[in-house]
Design a binder for this molecule. Sequence first.
Ligand code: COA
Length: 356
Amino acid sequence: MNAVAVITGLGASLPPDRITNEHLVREGLETSDAWIRSRTGIESRHRVRPGIATGDLAVAAARGALESAGRHDAGLLILATTTPDRRCPATAPEVAARLGMAGTPAFDLAAVCSGFVYGAAVASAVLMAGAYDSVLLVAAETYSTIVDPHDRGTAVIFGDGAGATYLTRGHRADPGALVHFDLGSDGTGSDLITIPAGGSGSPYTEASPRQDRYFRMRGREVYARAVRQMAASSRAVLGRAGWSTDSVAAFVAHQANQRILDSVADRLGIPPDRCHGNLRDVGNTAAASLPLALADTAARDAVRPGARTLLTAFGGGLTWGSIAMTWPQAKPVRHPPHPRPAHKETDTCLPSTTTS
Ligand code: COA
């Protein structure tokens, strides 16, 4: 069976406000440009203004992916995010409605920084099963809304942004073919990356410590697990595809921290000129990291369409995953965040009430 999911559209969205390391220092964070650069490789990240939500970035990136694919809608929409607009309902149905796709099945997927890989695996499965002919896979995050601005272990790393891919059924030989997956999780490490309060296990109350409502990460331990797990998962998916590391022309890892990326590439024996990403300019955008890096790299024409490509990610949960794929042909389309209209577009789609 040669049918596989194929990426035929790429979209991206970044908030216009670029926050440099010096900007964080000016805001009062006890850090320095030199420390952040040397420990993470990050020089700037983007941040939404108050009033702009994850859904606004998701709509913009999704619109880009639709335009890039030359399509107006999709059979299914998946939104990978850690930062939904509200705890309830999911953000995906509203994103679909704002794209003119009210009526289309849409759901949120929570796998933190591995969300895009998990979403791609689900999209691939439903396409190969013939359940839908196309999937719009969006990954969008506004970590600036959950990171404690005084926590120098997280405030320097995370940024806001969204990436999206349009997926259809195609063949292994097509550029953008998702050939094999490796996924995994280990909930024994669930406390390494967490927002301690606000869920059903520990509702946020007035007595909760202030920091418990914020995203928290045990950086050192995450660092070690991320390197080990991304290397192991990459080897697993390459083994499944029957590809040697030498044959991998492009390696795009979750943009977590440059030292993590260098260590993973080093363990795998992949030289720097085959490693692609945008960590320096956008920081760690969690689930959005991989599709944003794909879009940026594709915009530079840095990889030949059809070239063997390895994607890998690691995140809270703990979760991880990798994809053996071929580089897509699609030209990425970028849009600024699309603010929610004052009057919901969905209002116009509501069925008229009939009385008997
Ligand atoms: N600026 C200046 N100093 C800082 C700092 C900052 N932003 N953050 C921490 N420090 C200090 C610490 O207080 C500590 O000082 P001390 O030695 O006087 O106690 C020192 O730097 C080392 O702290 P540590 O937390 O051990 O630093 P680190 O080298 O592990 O770097 C991270 C911290 C967060 C950058 C690093 O652990 C990391 O990148 N982890 C993985 C994060 C990640 O990628 N997560 C996403 C995966 S999905």
